[in-house]
Design a protein around this ligand. Structure first.
Ligand code: E4P
Length: 228
């Protein structure tokens, strides 16, 4: 499983990138609003993220256009900002049509707001490079988001799509993950990628037994060294 961070916050991205295992960044309009982002700065901010993580690390920048033509135009503009930009489009007929055009031009699309198997399969057929099924938002309405993700993973990997074969084909980004347990379950079902908020990534790197074990090692090492 590859680890992406789900944030538009530069300091969060910089800190997690320093761990040496960050494979991507996803943003969305809500995450950009959360950092106080302004429309005029949006493209510059995406470029800053792209430069911070390096050309090999995909950065999803979401289009807010509502027509196919608008998505194609914005997608081309976003893709021209940096080699690692991935155009994020929300699943709908207009976005499927735009994805097809962008994919034929070699522009990678991350199709987001996926909540069903048919949505995921349509995205893959249209040429999406990434498909982002959401987990936590199902849990929010009392449904089992992990079960839904499992169905999407099983269905999508049943088929070949003929797109992005030089990059290994379509990849599933488990999105809207809220807990380390979500990450575990997504990995066990073989989802390619988990995009994870900063706070959840911090929880993923620790465990109470790790903390206790380290404290014991430190205490015992003081006995060895004779330090106070
Ligand atoms: C995915 O790319 C989305 O940005 C994200 O995972 C949504 O998560 P949320 O449901 O916590 O807003």
């Amino acid at each position: 499983m590859k680890f992406f961070i789900d944030t538009a916050d530069l300091s969060e991205i910089e800190e997690i990138a320093s761990w040496g295992c960050l494979a991507g960044v996803t943003t969305n309009p809500s995450l950009y609003a959360k950092i106080g982002g302004k429309l005029a700065d949006f493209e510059d901010h995406m470029v800053k993220i792209c430069k911070l993580v390096g050309d090999d690390v995909p950065v999803s920048a979401e289009s807010t256009a509502t027509t196919t033509e608008g998505m194609i135009e914005e997608g081309r503009r976003l893709a021209a900002l940096a080699p690692n930009i991935v155009v994020k489009l929300p699943i709908c007929p207009e976005a499927l049509a735009a994805t097809r055009v962008l994919a034929e031009e070699g522009i990678r699309v991350n199709m987001t707001l996926i909540f069903s198997v048919p949505q995921a399969l349509l995205a893959a057929r249209a040429g999406a490079r990434y498909i982002s099924p959401f987990v936590g938002r199902f849990d929010d309405i009392g449904e089992d988001g992990i079960d839904q993700l499992d169905s999407v993973v099983s269905a999508v990997y049943n088929y070949d799509y003929g797109w992005w074969e030089d990059e290994g084909g379509v990849e599933i980004i488990s999105a809207s993950l809220r807990t380390a347990q979500h990450v575990t379950q997504a990995a066990l079902m073989g989802a390619d990628i988990a995009t994870i908020p900063y706070a959840t990534l911090k929880k993923c790197v620790t465990h109470p037994l790790t903390v206790n074990g380290l404290a014991a090692f430190e205490a015992d090492w003081k006995k060895v060294t004779g330090a106070e």
